[in-house]
Design a protein around this ligand. Sequence first.
Ligand code: AMP
Ligand code: MN
Ligand code: MN
Ligand code: MN
Length: 283
Amino acid sequence: MGKTLHDLNADLHSHSTVSDGTLAPAALVRRAAARGVELFALTDHDEVGGLAEAQAAAREVGLALWPGVEISVSFGDQTAHIVGLGIDADNAELVAGLRRVRGGRRVRAQAMADGLAAVGIAGAFEGALKYVGNPELISRTHFARYLVEAGVCSSTNEVFTRYLVPGKPGYVDHGWARLAEAVRWIVGAGGVAVLAHPARYRLTATEQWALFSEFKEAGGAAIEIAVGAHGADEVRRYAQVAREFAFEGSRGSDFHSPEESNTDLGAAPALPYDVVPVWHRFH
Ligand code: AMP
Ligand code: MN
Ligand code: MN
Ligand code: MN
């Protein structure tokens, strides 16, 4: 029996030093190939600057690469993430949109550092900057790494829980892209829009339904089902959502770092067989 599309080891969600990962794009691609990934997407936050390096490395090791991005959007008072796959990274509207989304991150980071200073944690802005690979992309992850280094917490997870989520001293609200806007940039750049890690959002059932409906209405075609952040129950739950909304399904590790990530490249759970894999669109 031949290998089906479902059995392909597709990892369609990952990060490099161009956003908040710790491996450079080429090193990430080599690790993916070594871990048995057969179709790979680099999906840095709000940035496509790592794709050229990733593509060159992928060609060298003979790995199929699908150009990607993960766009931060504001949905009500929440942040959600939309992954774009198969995008033309040179598309002018996408490039301009991403630049705008990245724009406020530095000011936000300064405000985060002020919030941390107010509870006695000094120097967090400079500290976080040491971990930043892309000056336009300071993220909460970089603060988390610094607070571990500084001995404030013993893990980045603990930093998020105690300092970097809504209501905590280092959290600063931010106006990201609007959902429909992010989908439009992705689709306009020839890509497919995928709602990232749906279980990660703190939404009521009604709000979640609104998110799926609005995403579908905007032209979203797929949701992540088989991802590192989802347990077996969540894989089943979001496979059911995909059936109800006629979404295709995606799979990915959301890998950031060999030291921090629980799910390595290529190690996400399998996509349930009755969900259409979004990677059937890859050529
Ligand atoms: P930002 O775009 O600056 O708001 O940072 C968001 C990033 O923080 C996400 O992409 C994750 O990499 C990371 N993150 C969010 N929540 C957590 C958490 N609970 N534990 C570890 N990392 C997290
Ligand atoms: Mn991240
Ligand atoms: Mn995300
Ligand atoms: Mn991600």
